[in-house]
Design a protein around this ligand. Structure first.
Ligand code: ZN
Length: 329
């Protein structure tokens, strides 16, 4: 068991298929001619199932889920709230207007650790219900420092609750092909990277700057004014490039925050940045399973390219639009 893929099953029962809206990615839903963020507009009231599995009691499950929620809601107090309502015998993945997290037998999904589904309001993009299941096909652990050959429940919960909040996948990470097929994570710069750490690891119990930027973009602080952002366009022969991964590196703090070009015109906006000087790099998304990010065909036929100049993200607002011209490879 070398490659573990955590995916988001996005089931929007009352609207068209959600499409990526902006960086990190956030989920978006097309309403008329605009794309609205998929997000919660009120306190998330959630239930946990009473089901236990080998290695994890129902109480331990509840507590691990509580810690994962607290990690997200603690990013910046008061922006997004979650409250445990109690235990339930309901099954996650059934739309009953109750947000439910629990174990589920999915032996058919042999590489999926867990998944998140949504019920959305088709007119606003507001999340009405979101369920998360953890696949009983795997061996789970809640041990404080992890357990060899068992998957850390809190780490996967942190990833899936990121989806539940409205975040898509981040591409900040490196993988290598395994001899038997599949990929192994060598380094990850985001909990929202779509391939989980190896069994035994608890590294993904902690959010990274890219995850926090995504959350702050989706649930901005009311006290703060506009956050710092960098915007621009990726082109090849002056035509827009779709699906390019745009990575910003803050030269003083060393934080990595990334997004994508999400239209045929090649435009991007990366928000939630710390103000200051950034190195901006554009790369094709060829180190992971592109279908876990995008449903359409994306362009990967270009060379890694850096912006010609250091780009300064101003304290409040966006940089001047930059254009990064890439070459075919
Ligand atoms: Zn995922």
């Amino acid at each position: 068991m070398t490659r573990l893929l955590a995916t988001a099953l996005v089931c929007a029962l009352m609207c068209s298929t959600p499409t990526p809206a902006w960086a990190y990615l956030k989920f978006g839903v097309q309403i008329g001619s605009t794309v609205r963020d998929v997000r919660w507009n009120q306190t998330i009231r959630y239930f946990v199932t009473e089901r236990a599995v080998a290695g994890v009691t129902a109480t331990e499950f509840r507590d691990a889920i509580g810690r994962a929620f607290a990690t997200w809601t603690g990013v910046s107090s008061g922006l997004v709230r979650a409250e445990l309502q109690g235990a339930t015998i309901a099954t996650p993945g059934t739309f009953d207007l109750r947000t439910t997290l629990g174990f589920l037998d999915r032996p058919d999904l042999e590489r999926v650790l867990g998944a998140t589904s949504f019920l959305l309001d088709a007119t606003t993009g507001e999340i009405i219900e979101s369920d998360v299941f953890f696949n009983t096909r795997f061996d789970w652990s809640v041990a404080a420092s992890g357990q060899p050959s068992r998957i850390d429940l809190e780490s996967v919960a942190l990833h899936e609750i990121g989806h539940l909040l409205g975040l898509g996948h981040s591409a900040i990470g490196e993988t290598e092909l395994q001899p038997g097929g599949g990929r192994r994570v060598i380094g990850s710069g985001a909990v929202m990277f779509p391939i989980a750490m190896s069994a035994g690891s608890i590294a993904d119990r902690v959010l990274q700057p890219d995850d926090e930027a995504g959350l702050l973009d989706l649930y901005p602080s009311t006290a703060a004014s506009e956050s710092s952002s960098i915007s621009g366009r990726v082109t090849r022969n002056s035509q827009g490039v779709f699906g390019a991964h745009v990575v910003t590196f803050h030269l003083e703090t060393g934080t990595l925050i990334a997004g994508f070009t999400l239209s045929r015109t090649g435009e991007f906006v990366i928000a939630g940045l710390d103000p200051g000087p950034h190195l901006v790099r554009v790369e094709p998304l060829d180190d992971a399973d592109a279908t876990s990010f995008f449903t359409g065909d994306i362009d990967v036929n270009f060379q890694v390219t850096f912006a010609r100049q250091i780009v300064v993200a101003p304290r409040d607002g966006s940089s001047d639009d930059i254009t990064i011209e890439v070459r075919s490879r």
